[in-house]
Design a protein around this ligand. Sequence first.
Ligand code: FMN
Length: 398
Amino acid sequence: MFRNPWFETVAEAQRRAKQKLPKSVYGALVAGSERGVTVEDNITAFSELGFAPHVVGQTEKRDLSTTVMGQQISLPVIISPTGVQAVHPDGEVAVARAAAARGTVMSLSSFASKPVEEVAAAGAPLFFQMYWSGSREAMLQRMDRARSAGATGLISTLDWSFSNGRDWGSPVIPEKMTVKAMARLAPEVIPHPRWLLDFAKSGRIPDLTAPNLTPPGGEAPTFFGAYGEWMQTPPPTWEDVAWLREAWGGPFMLKGVSRVDDARRAVDIGVTALSVSNHGGNNLDGTPATIRILPSVAEAVGDQVEVLLDGGIRRGSDVAKALALGARAVLIGRAYLWGLAANGQIGVENVLDILHGGLDSALRGLGRSSIHELVPEDLVIPPGFTRTLGNPLPVREY
Ligand SMILES: Cc1cc2nc3c(=O)[nH]c(=O)nc-3n(C[C@H](O)[C@H](O)[C@H](O)COP(=O)(O)O)c2cc1C
């Protein structure tokens, strides 16, 4: 047990997660692909940006609240969807409770380990995330279920490229948690008694199924079974995505946009929001950091749809930088997963508090009274920082 369960930075949450989790579970959170260029650039790029602070004239009170897809949130940070099967016995329910406690949105992956009904009961505003996987009928049924449970927004993640190699090695994840699989994992698990103890106390074993993909009257598929279905589904066209948006009929976010021409197509099919995202660097390695791409996408479509960013957010100051470059809000992935691993629901609240505090401090330094006042001039942007992908029209370069 750590003497003080509270941690002061996301880096410390990561250290604790590494100490607490079996190697494969921690490895699944680190994720990344190929050389890891993108996963690293997502972080490095934020550190290349500086601030231009004021010395006098800061404001006493600062407003961090905004809305995303119609949901009022107390800070411009929402939970990004992730499948967190074996991190913590309470999984996505703990994350949703933390989101509710801190006044933000919970986004639930269709590959998550907890049923959408249980996650909705936590009381946070809820977005449901789907891949383009299975038949249209199955997709309609999954959307209906999420809607009935209380999801108000749909996130369609379309950037996955099924990259499966990592130079540093991929984690070993069993198909099912059978006694045999557990025995095989024992040498990894035994040195991490606290992780095992948390599961033992909950009376559960890590559930490697995807209960939100259960067919009517059927059983929840295993994570790999669901992955197989997804791999075999032909990739969608823009017309398919337009169908999905129409079928959902409510606020709709396209997650995974890098190119300006794609952003414009997304506007054309009527999305409510898009997230400039490279799936946290888990996809096509070599895609630039999202913060480098954000200004071009925000300038092209930011007056027509809500532009969000995810990838590499580890500090409140990172949130300030993203907002200054045109994001309405950001989504976080690994940061809350590490918090969850370190200290369950309280650990996720701890991470949201770190980001809240860091953003507030950045606003104070910059002499801003609201997140809506942040502008590129608040930053020191090195020459050649930005990247514009796939854009035939001129956009502002830094
Ligand atoms: C372990 C892990 C699982 C993920 N699972 C999903 C998922 O099921 N659906 C999805 O849209 N994105 C998924 N993502 C991507 C995240 O939603 C988000 O885009 C990414 O983590 C942001 O980068 P960050 O981790 O640096 O914050 C996953 C990411 C990680 C690290």
